[in-house]
Design a protein around this ligand. Sequence first.
Ligand code: ZN
Length: 310
Amino acid sequence: MITDIKGLHHVTSMATDAVENNAFFTGTLGLRRVKKTVNFDAPEVYHLYYGDEVGTPGSVMTYFPFGRMPRGTRGAGEVGVTEFAVPEGSLSFWQDRLDQSGVTGLGVESAFGERRLKFDGPDGDAFALVESPPRGRAPWTGQGIPQDAGILGFNGARFVLRDGAATAELLRFMGYGKIGTDGDITRYAIENGNAADRIDLQVVGDAPSAGQGAGSVHHIAFAVEGRAAQQSAREALLDTGYQVTPVIDRDYFWAIYFRAPGGILFEIATNEPGFDRDEDVAQLGETLKLPERYEPFRDKIEAILPPIQS
Ligand code: ZN
């Protein structure tokens, strides 16, 4: 049993166009770009991080904009919806704003008694804004978004699976408890977490397998405070038979990865050291940051990557 998971740390998805992706998340959604770096395994591709003022774990949406790449196809075995929390009463503001920005897939729904506005990201990514109490989080109010509407961080994520049993067992092992059902969706939450603490399992027995591509979630990362908790989690997972990677230094956090039974790639990431490790909070995300091993190739890398303003 793992006892130290706090909720989500970040969600990482794939995109086509870096400039369009940046404009959508910083402009339309008004998040802050808290880091501009590269995919550490493919440095000709950006890794862009968007979140609140400091990139608090539980607020951070990240992207690999791969350029030309086919769109993913929705189905089972993936994160079906990534959910941001927004203040209660703000959905009509968001509906107007997204509609005026030409965002597609808009629709108001409700689940578990919460009002939600679903919408598509630039590559058909499936998102929802969910009205939620602040629970200790401050909204980020970039781009003229008022205090009473700013995104608070993640609410959680909805997984689409053909069979939820093994994933439910894994979530319980990670410290999540079942808190309710609504139709074909079962909700799990973590106690004393970071407020990005909901995971919904939607079981669709006859869903086709998801095909990963642009607009698909690449992996979902869960937060632990530090390296000792991560080490305990790694050992607990190995003992249970999961194949877990060694600890990998991602400069702003340490990461381990393993595949969940339903097919989704899970990561456990540390809250330390954080995104202000190599930049002042006031300048987060402004300049291209490279891991040390790629510094010698900075000129080449900068020549390949499309320039991103603001
Ligand atoms: Zn990650």
